[in-house]
Ligand binder design. Structure first.
Ligand code: ADP
Ligand code: MG
Length: 253
């Protein structure tokens, strides 16, 4: 089967510094692919290029077989390629359900416009968006915080809301950049279980940057290792942990 995402010989320079150097990798449809590597390896820079936040200096990125390098995040979002983002400061005074309702179209004004052009009344559109938000809340079992202000949530609960936001549109692939960072074990289990359910029950493909090896081991196959801007190795976590060059570069030798 063709990969859903393919990075072909992609390089990104910042001035004279090469953060990502001729990287090639594939992400298979329907899987959960991990991306690991030491700090500064170029993982986030690679994600930024895939999600449209940064243009590659050279190389191609293909999503569902079509070149996407240089497209803007909202164009990729419309095609179902999403990355999670921290809840923006302006949204911290809105409740969780309101945060979810802001997602389709991105802006309240755009929602109204979209509703108008689709020939539905604004009221009908709002009812639909609210129903979808409620479905997402039920799926993720976060009903107890639905009316809490986003700014009052714990770090882990915010991560769950970030994941929830991706469910407001029909995502095909979701990029997660260190979703476990600073999250307690209980919530981390909830997040991992929800990633597994989204993968199994909703057909989401995930591409996951993570430092937490327990989480990588539980969720990800295959795992891609980056070091110093380059792809070093791809394999199962067990294969990677048995590779001396990888152990040296990442696990500290
Ligand atoms: P990782 O996510 O693997 O920790 P990053 O992709 O964030 O690594 O960074 C890779 C390297 O690129 C680092 O040395 C970082 O300092 C550098 N870098 C990242 N973004 C920029 C930028 N906007 N300008 C200059 N250097 C950058
Ligand atoms: Mg990073």
């Amino acid at each position: 089967m063709a990969p859903i995402l393919e990075v072909r010989d992609v390089t990104r320079r910042f001035g004279g510094f090469t953060a990502v150097n001729r990287c090639s990798l594939t992400v298979e449809q329907g899987g959960i692919t991990g991306l690991i590597g030491p700090n500064g390896a170029g993982k986030s820079t690679l994600f930024n290029m895939v999600a449209g936040n940064l243009a590659p200096s050279s190389g191609q990125i293909l999503f569902e077989g079509r070149e996407i390098q240089g497209l803007k995040p909202h164009q990729l979002f419309d095609r179902g390629l999403l990355r999670t983002f921290q809840i923006a400061h302006e949204f911290s005074h809105l409740s969780v359900i309101e945060n979810l309702m802001m997602v389709p179209g991105g802006q309240p004004g755009e929602n109204l416009l979209e509703a108008w052009f689709r020939g539905r009344t604004v009221r009908e559109f709002e009812v639909q968006v609210r129903e979808r938000a409620q479905d997402v809340i039920d799926f993720l079992k976060i009903g107890h915080v639905a009316h809490e202000l986003a700014g009052n949530l714990s770090g882990g609960q915010k991560k769950l809301v970030e994941l929830a936001r991706t469910m407001m549109v029909d995502a095909k692939i979701v990029l997660l950049d260190e979703i476990a960072a600073g999250v307690n074990r209980t919530l981390l289990n909830d997040i991992a279980a929800n990633i597994e359910r989204l993968n199994r029950e909703r057909g989401y493909t995930f591409f996951v940057i993570e430092h937490d090896m327990d989480l990588i081991g539980r969720l990800c196959d295959p795992v891609i290792v980056m070091a110093a801007g380059e792809v070093m190795r791809t394999g199962t976590l067990a294969e990677i942990q048995a590779d001396e060059a990888v152990v040296e570069a990442y696990f500290g030798g």
